[in-house]
Structure formats: structure tokens, C-alpha cells
Design a protein around this ligand. Structure first.
Ligand code: ZN
Length: 77
């Protein structure tokens, strides 16, 4: 059981909770190559080989099935 964050009603048990992403942010990832050799401090040596950009979820709503359909239609439009 959970409360829909869109229409604020309690959804009964065995009803699927649907998470809708409503906000994302740009995220920069560093890609490292980890060598098997150990550095002076005993930690494996890492070498940065690439920088990649993508998105990560900033905010998501837990909604019921009918609200999920509504939100999906809004996002497409
Ligand atoms: Zn709802």
C-alpha cells in the first residue's frame, strides 16, 4: 500500500507502484582504468581514461496507474 504522490489517494495492496521521473540533471562521469599494480599506499593505481556525460534522476514521483498514464501523456505532448 502506498499513497499516490500525484492524486494523494491511498492505493490498495497488490497494486503496482509506478515511478515516473519528472526531473533529471546532467551528470559527468569519470571513467578510470584500474591497474593490478599497487601504489605506495597499497591502493590500486587508477588512471583516468575518459570523461562521459549522461543524465541522472533528480526527482521522481511514486504514482498510481491512472496518474502514470496522465503524466506519460503530458511528457509526450
Ligand atoms: Zn494517482
Amino acid at each position: 500500500m502506498y499513497r499516490c504522490q500525484q492524486c494523494n489517494t491511498v492505493v490498495g495492496p497488490r497494486e503496482k507502484m509506478i515511478r515516473i521521473v519528472v526531473e533529471t540533471r546532467v551528470k559527468t562521469y569519470q571513467v578510470y582504468r584500474v591497474s593490478k599494480q599497487r601504489g605506495r599506499d597499497g591502493a590500486p593505481e587508477r588512471e583516468r581514461v575518459a570523461t562521459a556525460t549522461g543524465t541522472e534522476t533528480a526527482r521522481e514521483l511514486k504514482v498510481c496507474a491512472s496518474c502514470a498514464r496522465e503524466l506519460a501523456a503530458q511528457q509526450v505532448a
